[in-house]
Write a protein that binds this ligand. Sequence first.
Ligand code: ADP
Ligand code: ZN
Length: 356
Amino acid sequence: MRELTVELGARRYPIRIGAGLLDDAAGLRALVPGRHALVVSDDNVAPLYLGKVLAALSGKAVGTFVIAPGEQEKTLDRFADALDALSDLGASRDATVLALGGGVVGDLAGFAAACWMRGVRFVQLPTTLLAMVDSSVGGKTAVDLPAGKNLVGAFHQPSAVLADTATLATLPARELRAGLAEVVKYGAIGDGDFFAWLEGHAEALLASEPAAIVEAIFRSCAHKAGVVARDETEQGERALLNFGHTFGHAIEAEQRFGGLIHGEAVAVGMVLAARLSATLGRAPHGDGERLAALLDRLGLPTSLPRGLDAEALLARMRLDKKAVSGQMRLILWRGIGRAEVVAGIDEDAVLRALGG
Ligand code: ADP
Ligand code: ZN
Protein backbone atom coordinates (compact mmCIF):
# COMPACT_ATOMS: atom_id res chain seq x y z
CA MET A 1 0.00 0.00 0.00
CA ARG A 2 1.24 3.49 -0.86
CA GLU A 3 -0.06 6.62 0.80
CA LEU A 4 0.32 10.32 0.18
CA THR A 5 -1.16 13.35 1.83
CA VAL A 6 -2.86 16.20 0.02
CA GLU A 7 -2.26 19.49 1.83
CA LEU A 8 -4.56 22.43 1.20
CA GLY A 9 -3.87 25.19 3.67
CA ALA A 10 -5.02 23.92 7.04
CA ARG A 11 -6.82 20.89 5.58
CA ARG A 12 -5.13 17.63 4.74
CA TYR A 13 -6.36 14.25 3.60
CA PRO A 14 -4.84 10.90 2.65
CA ILE A 15 -4.83 9.13 -0.70
CA ARG A 16 -4.23 5.40 -0.20
CA ILE A 17 -3.38 3.20 -3.16
CA GLY A 18 -3.14 -0.59 -3.11
CA ALA A 19 -4.75 -3.92 -3.93
CA GLY A 20 -7.41 -5.03 -1.45
CA LEU A 21 -8.13 -1.74 0.32
CA LEU A 22 -11.89 -2.37 0.08
CA ASP A 23 -11.36 -5.63 1.99
CA ASP A 24 -9.95 -3.71 4.96
CA ALA A 25 -13.25 -3.22 6.80
CA ALA A 26 -11.69 -1.42 9.76
CA GLY A 27 -9.83 1.00 7.50
CA LEU A 28 -13.00 1.77 5.58
CA ARG A 29 -15.12 2.15 8.69
CA ALA A 30 -12.65 4.62 10.17
CA LEU A 31 -13.44 6.97 7.27
CA VAL A 32 -17.08 7.22 8.39
CA PRO A 33 -17.01 8.74 11.87
CA GLY A 34 -20.67 9.77 11.99
CA ARG A 35 -23.78 7.61 12.11
CA HIS A 36 -25.09 8.19 8.57
CA ALA A 37 -23.54 7.19 5.28
CA LEU A 38 -24.80 7.25 1.71
CA VAL A 39 -22.93 5.08 -0.77
CA VAL A 40 -23.34 6.20 -4.38
CA SER A 41 -22.45 3.77 -7.17
CA ASP A 42 -23.57 2.59 -10.60
CA ASP A 43 -25.15 -0.57 -11.99
CA ASN A 44 -21.83 -2.00 -13.23
CA VAL A 45 -19.83 -1.38 -10.08
CA ALA A 46 -22.44 -2.00 -7.35
CA PRO A 47 -22.86 -5.77 -8.00
CA LEU A 48 -19.08 -6.18 -7.85
CA TYR A 49 -18.00 -4.08 -4.87
CA LEU A 50 -20.92 -2.50 -2.99
CA GLY A 51 -21.23 -5.54 -0.71
CA LYS A 52 -17.71 -5.01 0.67
CA VAL A 53 -18.45 -1.39 1.51
CA LEU A 54 -21.79 -2.16 3.13
CA ALA A 55 -20.25 -4.98 5.17
CA ALA A 56 -17.58 -2.61 6.48
CA LEU A 57 -20.24 -0.10 7.55
CA SER A 58 -22.62 -2.56 9.24
CA GLY A 59 -24.30 -1.14 12.31
CA LYS A 60 -24.40 2.39 10.88
CA ALA A 61 -27.42 3.97 9.17
CA VAL A 62 -26.41 3.38 5.54
CA GLY A 63 -28.30 4.24 2.38
CA THR A 64 -27.39 3.38 -1.19
CA PHE A 65 -28.00 5.32 -4.37
CA VAL A 66 -27.19 3.40 -7.54
CA ILE A 67 -27.41 5.08 -10.93
CA ALA A 68 -27.30 3.67 -14.45
CA PRO A 69 -23.73 3.82 -15.79
CA GLY A 70 -22.58 6.60 -18.07
CA GLU A 71 -22.08 10.34 -18.35
CA GLN A 72 -25.72 10.86 -19.41
CA GLU A 73 -26.68 10.19 -15.77
CA LYS A 74 -24.60 13.11 -14.45
CA THR A 75 -27.64 15.39 -14.38
CA LEU A 76 -29.46 17.76 -12.07
CA ASP A 77 -32.23 15.13 -11.88
CA ARG A 78 -29.85 12.48 -10.51
CA PHE A 79 -28.33 15.11 -8.22
CA ALA A 80 -31.81 15.78 -6.80
CA ASP A 81 -32.33 12.01 -6.42
CA ALA A 82 -29.09 11.77 -4.44
CA LEU A 83 -30.26 14.56 -2.13
CA ASP A 84 -33.60 12.74 -1.73
CA ALA A 85 -31.65 9.62 -0.75
CA LEU A 86 -29.83 11.64 1.92
CA SER A 87 -33.13 13.06 3.08
CA ASP A 88 -34.78 9.61 3.24
CA LEU A 89 -31.83 8.43 5.30
CA GLY A 90 -32.36 11.26 7.75
CA ALA A 91 -28.75 12.24 7.17
CA SER A 92 -27.47 14.88 9.56
CA ARG A 93 -24.50 17.22 9.33
CA ASP A 94 -22.13 14.46 10.39
CA ALA A 95 -23.12 12.24 7.44
CA THR A 96 -20.56 10.85 5.00
CA VAL A 97 -21.15 10.43 1.26
CA LEU A 98 -19.04 7.71 -0.35
CA ALA A 99 -18.50 7.53 -4.11
CA LEU A 100 -17.87 3.96 -5.30
CA GLY A 101 -17.23 4.01 -9.04
CA GLY A 102 -15.65 6.01 -11.82
CA GLY A 103 -15.57 9.72 -12.51
CA VAL A 104 -19.29 9.97 -13.17
CA VAL A 105 -20.21 8.61 -9.76
CA GLY A 106 -17.47 10.67 -8.09
CA ASP A 107 -18.58 13.95 -9.66
CA LEU A 108 -22.25 13.39 -8.87
CA ALA A 109 -21.74 12.09 -5.32
CA GLY A 110 -19.21 14.83 -4.60
CA PHE A 111 -21.59 17.55 -5.70
CA ALA A 112 -24.35 16.08 -3.51
CA ALA A 113 -21.88 15.99 -0.58
CA ALA A 114 -20.90 19.60 -1.28
CA CYS A 115 -24.51 20.75 -1.16
CA TRP A 116 -26.23 18.59 1.46
CA MET A 117 -26.58 20.86 4.51
CA ARG A 118 -23.94 23.11 2.91
CA GLY A 119 -21.36 20.37 2.82
CA VAL A 120 -20.74 17.01 4.50
CA ARG A 121 -17.86 14.53 4.54
CA PHE A 122 -17.02 12.94 1.25
CA VAL A 123 -14.95 9.81 0.62
CA GLN A 124 -13.79 8.71 -2.82
CA LEU A 125 -13.54 5.01 -3.60
CA PRO A 126 -12.51 5.21 -7.27
CA THR A 127 -12.81 2.03 -9.37
CA THR A 128 -11.55 3.28 -12.75
CA LEU A 129 -7.94 4.16 -13.50
CA LEU A 130 -9.10 7.56 -14.75
CA ALA A 131 -10.83 8.33 -11.46
CA MET A 132 -7.85 7.07 -9.44
CA VAL A 133 -5.33 9.29 -11.20
CA ASP A 134 -7.47 12.29 -12.05
CA SER A 135 -11.06 12.99 -11.06
CA SER A 136 -10.88 11.71 -7.47
CA VAL A 137 -7.99 14.07 -6.69
CA GLY A 138 -8.48 17.82 -6.58
CA GLY A 139 -11.99 18.39 -5.28
CA LYS A 140 -13.85 19.24 -8.46
CA THR A 141 -17.46 18.06 -8.39
CA ALA A 142 -20.18 18.73 -10.95
CA VAL A 143 -23.12 17.67 -13.04
CA ASP A 144 -23.81 18.40 -16.71
CA LEU A 145 -26.45 20.60 -18.30
CA PRO A 146 -27.85 20.18 -21.81
CA ALA A 147 -25.66 23.17 -22.73
CA GLY A 148 -22.44 21.47 -21.71
CA LYS A 149 -20.47 19.22 -19.41
CA ASN A 150 -19.67 20.14 -15.79
CA LEU A 151 -21.48 23.47 -15.98
CA VAL A 152 -22.87 23.24 -12.45
CA GLY A 153 -20.62 22.24 -9.61
CA ALA A 154 -18.49 23.12 -6.64
CA PHE A 155 -15.02 22.62 -5.24
CA HIS A 156 -15.42 20.14 -2.40
CA GLN A 157 -12.36 18.23 -1.23
CA PRO A 158 -12.78 14.63 -0.10
CA SER A 159 -11.71 13.65 3.41
CA ALA A 160 -10.00 10.57 2.00
CA VAL A 161 -9.40 8.71 -1.26
CA LEU A 162 -9.05 4.92 -1.21
CA ALA A 163 -7.94 3.53 -4.56
CA ASP A 164 -8.27 -0.26 -4.43
CA THR A 165 -6.29 -1.34 -7.49
CA ALA A 166 -7.81 -4.83 -7.30
CA THR A 167 -11.01 -3.30 -8.72
CA LEU A 168 -9.17 -2.61 -11.99
CA ALA A 169 -9.27 -6.35 -12.72
CA THR A 170 -12.89 -6.01 -13.83
CA LEU A 171 -12.49 -2.69 -15.65
CA PRO A 172 -12.89 -3.06 -19.45
CA ALA A 173 -9.47 -2.93 -21.15
CA ARG A 174 -10.47 0.10 -23.20
CA GLU A 175 -11.25 2.05 -20.00
CA LEU A 176 -7.90 1.05 -18.52
CA ARG A 177 -6.03 2.30 -21.59
CA ALA A 178 -7.98 5.56 -21.52
CA GLY A 179 -6.86 6.06 -17.93
CA LEU A 180 -3.26 5.51 -19.00
CA ALA A 181 -3.57 8.52 -21.32
CA GLU A 182 -4.03 10.77 -18.28
CA VAL A 183 -1.06 9.06 -16.61
CA VAL A 184 1.10 9.86 -19.64
CA LYS A 185 -0.17 13.43 -19.42
CA TYR A 186 1.52 13.94 -16.04
CA GLY A 187 4.86 12.88 -17.47
CA ALA A 188 4.33 14.96 -20.59
CA ILE A 189 3.49 18.19 -18.79
CA GLY A 190 5.90 18.17 -15.90
CA ASP A 191 8.06 15.13 -15.29
CA GLY A 192 10.46 13.87 -17.91
CA ASP A 193 11.77 11.15 -15.57
CA PHE A 194 8.27 9.77 -15.10
CA PHE A 195 7.75 9.88 -18.86
CA ALA A 196 10.89 7.78 -19.35
CA TRP A 197 9.72 5.40 -16.59
CA LEU A 198 6.42 4.97 -18.48
CA GLU A 199 8.34 4.18 -21.66
CA GLY A 200 10.10 1.43 -19.73
CA HIS A 201 6.92 0.02 -18.21
CA ALA A 202 4.33 0.30 -21.00
CA GLU A 203 3.83 -3.45 -21.32
CA ALA A 204 3.63 -3.96 -17.55
CA LEU A 205 0.99 -1.22 -17.32
CA LEU A 206 -1.07 -2.65 -20.18
CA ALA A 207 -0.98 -6.01 -18.42
CA SER A 208 -2.12 -4.31 -15.18
CA GLU A 209 0.94 -5.62 -13.39
CA PRO A 210 0.23 -4.65 -9.75
CA ALA A 211 3.54 -3.02 -8.83
CA ALA A 212 3.65 -0.95 -12.03
CA ILE A 213 0.02 0.13 -11.73
CA VAL A 214 0.39 1.19 -8.10
CA GLU A 215 3.56 3.15 -8.91
CA ALA A 216 1.90 4.89 -11.89
CA ILE A 217 -1.13 5.86 -9.81
CA PHE A 218 1.03 7.03 -6.93
CA ARG A 219 3.19 9.27 -9.12
CA SER A 220 0.15 10.64 -10.96
CA CYS A 221 -1.68 11.46 -7.73
CA ALA A 222 1.46 13.01 -6.25
CA HIS A 223 1.78 15.23 -9.30
CA LYS A 224 -1.86 16.28 -9.29
CA ALA A 225 -1.94 16.75 -5.51
CA GLY A 226 1.08 19.04 -5.75
CA VAL A 227 -0.51 21.14 -8.46
CA VAL A 228 -3.83 21.33 -6.62
CA ALA A 229 -2.11 22.32 -3.38
CA ARG A 230 -0.38 25.19 -5.15
CA ASP A 231 -3.41 26.24 -7.21
CA GLU A 232 -6.66 24.83 -5.81
CA THR A 233 -9.06 26.91 -7.88
CA GLU A 234 -7.22 26.89 -11.21
CA GLN A 235 -5.83 30.42 -11.33
CA GLY A 236 -2.58 29.35 -12.92
CA GLU A 237 -0.56 26.12 -12.79
CA ARG A 238 -3.62 23.87 -12.59
CA ALA A 239 -4.47 24.88 -16.14
CA LEU A 240 -1.49 22.83 -17.34
CA LEU A 241 -3.46 19.71 -16.42
CA ASN A 242 -5.61 20.54 -19.43
CA PHE A 243 -2.80 19.58 -21.83
CA GLY A 244 -4.49 17.87 -24.79
CA HIS A 245 -7.92 18.67 -23.42
CA THR A 246 -9.05 21.59 -25.56
CA PHE A 247 -8.40 19.46 -28.65
CA GLY A 248 -9.81 16.39 -26.89
CA HIS A 249 -13.03 18.06 -25.76
CA ALA A 250 -13.60 19.33 -29.31
CA ILE A 251 -13.23 15.79 -30.65
CA GLU A 252 -15.59 14.35 -28.02
CA ALA A 253 -18.20 17.02 -28.70
CA GLU A 254 -17.92 16.73 -32.52
CA GLN A 255 -18.51 13.00 -32.15
CA ARG A 256 -21.52 13.79 -29.94
CA PHE A 257 -19.81 11.83 -27.14
CA GLY A 258 -20.38 8.62 -29.09
CA GLY A 259 -16.90 8.11 -30.53
CA LEU A 260 -13.62 8.24 -28.68
CA ILE A 261 -13.91 8.09 -24.90
CA HIS A 262 -12.35 10.88 -22.86
CA GLY A 263 -8.87 9.44 -22.33
CA GLU A 264 -8.62 8.44 -25.99
CA ALA A 265 -9.60 11.92 -27.14
CA VAL A 266 -7.02 13.38 -24.75
CA ALA A 267 -4.36 11.09 -26.25
CA VAL A 268 -5.09 12.47 -29.72
CA GLY A 269 -5.29 15.98 -28.27
CA MET A 270 -1.87 15.73 -26.66
CA VAL A 271 -0.32 14.60 -29.94
CA LEU A 272 -1.97 17.54 -31.73
CA ALA A 273 -0.80 19.98 -29.05
CA ALA A 274 2.75 18.64 -29.37
CA ARG A 275 2.59 18.91 -33.15
CA LEU A 276 1.30 22.48 -32.97
CA SER A 277 4.07 23.35 -30.51
CA ALA A 278 6.65 22.02 -32.96
CA THR A 279 5.06 23.81 -35.92
CA LEU A 280 5.19 27.06 -33.99
CA GLY A 281 8.87 26.45 -33.35
CA ARG A 282 8.39 26.09 -29.60
CA ALA A 283 9.38 22.43 -29.23
CA PRO A 284 11.38 19.71 -30.99
CA HIS A 285 9.40 17.50 -33.40
CA GLY A 286 11.14 14.47 -31.90
CA ASP A 287 9.47 14.93 -28.51
CA GLY A 288 6.05 14.81 -30.16
CA GLU A 289 7.07 11.62 -31.93
CA ARG A 290 8.17 10.07 -28.62
CA LEU A 291 4.81 11.01 -27.10
CA ALA A 292 2.87 9.49 -30.01
CA ALA A 293 5.01 6.33 -29.89
CA LEU A 294 4.33 5.81 -26.16
CA LEU A 295 0.59 6.39 -26.55
CA ASP A 296 0.53 4.01 -29.50
CA ARG A 297 2.26 1.28 -27.46
CA LEU A 298 -0.41 1.80 -24.79
CA GLY A 299 -3.10 1.03 -27.36
CA LEU A 300 -4.29 4.61 -27.64
CA PRO A 301 -5.21 6.56 -30.78
CA THR A 302 -2.73 9.21 -31.91
CA SER A 303 -4.46 10.80 -34.88
CA LEU A 304 -7.82 12.42 -35.53
CA PRO A 305 -10.68 10.01 -36.24
CA ARG A 306 -11.79 10.10 -39.88
CA GLY A 307 -14.63 12.32 -40.94
CA LEU A 308 -14.12 15.18 -38.50
CA ASP A 309 -14.16 18.64 -40.01
CA ALA A 310 -11.20 20.86 -39.05
CA GLU A 311 -13.27 24.07 -39.12
CA ALA A 312 -15.94 22.54 -36.89
CA LEU A 313 -13.30 21.37 -34.42
CA LEU A 314 -11.73 24.82 -34.39
CA ALA A 315 -15.13 26.40 -33.72
CA ARG A 316 -15.55 24.07 -30.71
CA MET A 317 -12.10 24.97 -29.45
CA ARG A 318 -12.95 28.68 -29.56
CA LEU A 319 -15.84 27.98 -27.19
CA ASP A 320 -13.68 26.10 -24.72
CA LYS A 321 -13.61 27.53 -21.21
CA LYS A 322 -9.91 28.21 -21.57
CA ALA A 323 -10.47 30.76 -24.33
CA VAL A 324 -10.12 34.19 -22.79
CA SER A 325 -11.70 37.24 -24.43
CA GLY A 326 -11.71 35.90 -27.96
CA GLN A 327 -8.05 34.92 -28.01
CA MET A 328 -7.12 31.29 -28.51
CA ARG A 329 -5.31 30.10 -25.41
CA LEU A 330 -3.94 26.59 -25.32
CA ILE A 331 -1.68 24.41 -23.24
CA LEU A 332 1.33 23.66 -25.44
CA TRP A 333 4.78 22.39 -24.51
CA ARG A 334 8.48 23.13 -24.91
CA GLY A 335 9.08 19.39 -25.03
CA ILE A 336 8.60 16.37 -22.76
CA GLY A 337 8.00 17.48 -19.17
CA ARG A 338 7.64 21.17 -19.98
CA ALA A 339 4.05 22.29 -20.64
CA GLU A 340 3.14 25.97 -20.82
CA VAL A 341 0.10 28.19 -21.30
CA VAL A 342 0.24 30.02 -24.63
CA ALA A 343 -2.17 32.84 -25.47
CA GLY A 344 -2.87 34.59 -28.75
CA ILE A 345 -2.20 31.56 -30.93
CA ASP A 346 -2.65 32.01 -34.66
CA GLU A 347 -5.85 30.18 -35.62
CA ASP A 348 -4.48 29.18 -39.01
CA ALA A 349 -1.75 27.19 -37.30
CA VAL A 350 -4.36 25.45 -35.15
CA LEU A 351 -6.40 24.70 -38.25
CA ARG A 352 -3.36 23.12 -39.91
CA ALA A 353 -2.74 20.97 -36.81
CA LEU A 354 -6.34 19.80 -37.24
CA GLY A 355 -5.58 18.83 -40.84
CA GLY A 356 -7.49 21.79 -42.32
P1 ADP B 1 -14.53 7.54 -15.88
O1 ADP B 1 -14.04 7.13 -14.54
O2 ADP B 1 -13.72 7.01 -16.98
O3 ADP B 1 -14.82 8.99 -15.94
P2 ADP B 1 -17.21 6.22 -15.69
O4 ADP B 1 -17.54 6.61 -14.31
O5 ADP B 1 -18.23 6.51 -16.73
O6 ADP B 1 -15.92 6.91 -16.22
O7 ADP B 1 -16.83 4.69 -15.73
C1 ADP B 1 -16.55 4.07 -16.96
C2 ADP B 1 -17.30 2.76 -17.10
O8 ADP B 1 -16.66 1.73 -16.36
C3 ADP B 1 -18.74 2.79 -16.58
O9 ADP B 1 -19.52 2.02 -17.45
C4 ADP B 1 -18.63 2.13 -15.23
O10 ADP B 1 -19.82 1.54 -14.83
C5 ADP B 1 -17.57 1.09 -15.47
N1 ADP B 1 -16.77 0.71 -14.32
C6 ADP B 1 -16.22 1.55 -13.42
N2 ADP B 1 -15.41 0.89 -12.58
C7 ADP B 1 -15.46 -0.42 -12.93
C8 ADP B 1 -14.84 -1.60 -12.45
N3 ADP B 1 -13.93 -1.56 -11.48
N4 ADP B 1 -15.16 -2.77 -13.05
C9 ADP B 1 -16.03 -2.79 -14.10
N5 ADP B 1 -16.61 -1.71 -14.61
C10 ADP B 1 -16.34 -0.53 -14.05
ZN1 ZN C 1 -9.05 14.44 -18.61
